[in-house]
Design a protein around this ligand. Sequence first.
Ligand code: GAP
Length: 453
Amino acid sequence: MNDQTEPPQAPRASMDEITGLAKRRGFIFQSSEIYGGIGGFFDYGPLGAILKRNVKNAWWREMVELRDDVVGFDSSIIMHPSVWKASGHVDAFHDRMVDCKNCKHRFRADHLPSLDKCPDCGMSGTLTEPRNFNLMMQTTIGPMEDSASRAYLRPETAQGIFVNFKNIYQSARKKPPFGIAQIGKSFRNEITPGNFTYRQREFEQAELEYFVPDDGNDLKCYEEWVARRKQWYADYGVRPERLRFYELTEKERPHYARAGTDVEYLFPWGWGELESIAHRGTYDLDAHMKLSGKDLTFFDEAAKAKYTPILIESSAGMDRTALTMLVDAFDNETIKDENGKESSRVVLRFHPKIAPVQVGVFPIARNKPDIVERAKNVEVALRPFFRTQYDEGNVGQLYRRQDEIGTPACIMVDYESLDDNTVTVRDRDTMRQDRVAGAQLATYLHDKLGGGR
Ligand code: GAP
């Protein structure tokens, strides 16, 4: 049954191929599709929801659970409007826009080759002067819809951490250096959402705010976080040749930042930012102390003095990371069977921790009740330890389907299984099959997948 694999030859997949697969297999759908969709919003299907959860779990595990110097946090999406005043978002979080007085279309000024002529209707002299357009989404609170009830959906999760800095370090009994991590939804009224889930109006961020004392080790700490984040992407199998860590120049950084690195991935349309890592000085805590009049400094018992900790931030987009995992895993390869006949297969080469399904289990024949029952039992027994899926049907199609969703291991229960309690386990990437004794199966899979769920 083994077939031979040729090394991957196919050129890089297009976004159309990837979005087609994402929809067909239930990873990602356009939001409100039956009403024509709504720009910048997406829904995650059954497999996509698990994919994104796995990405978030992988982040949370490395950034929080495996560390004793980081605590978790979960703040509200809507906060006091003063938060956004202090953070600078009310005054400075905007894009420059121009409107066409003829066709009424609106454009980002920095996207237009010139301000003379409308790119849509072609008229000249119809574009307005650029005006600031704030990217924060607004809502109102309570029964009155006036400016006093105006509130914002957070455009980043970080501010919830800053305004709670004191609550958190006091209740968790932490002192710098220590970090606070949060994963949650953020909203930005992006003018030009696009490139699938890359630029959305509702998205999820995973942010780590790491507070350090002002003892001269802050830049070293920043560099350590850049290195750790590099390791994280490598650990979860992102191809190194498609990943780069771009160090921002002084001109590219905000004035208060002493260093900054953008983590970028080479998408089919070009390089795109996945994460920003920044040394933000004391800017954020200072801004909230100034506007609120509340003390957010840290009191150092040993020195009997208070100080404002320096902040190192790692801010990653979870939708962009999930999209990266999907794009990076996508492979379309030519394979040859034992008779030399060529065919092609789409395979998602997900890391086993990221793969939505880790183990597929099938009976070799759906009309043999003994085999079907045995296969179902195998799947139920493995389910607490691995993300499993039972399926039945034509053998070639079963494998094809699991390849397309990136399942690293597939178990076939066959006639021999009934005699000697063995099964075959097929490897997604090599397509080789091993015969494994039932009693060894969980250990075999544990080793193969580098752990359980
Ligand atoms: N607190 C810092 C901060 O929010 P950012 O560079 O604006 O920094 C961090 O955002 C990350 O959030 C980005 O690198 C990106 O992965 C994600 N992100 C930002 N805007 C996004 C959007 N419109 N759609 C999807 N992800 C977005």
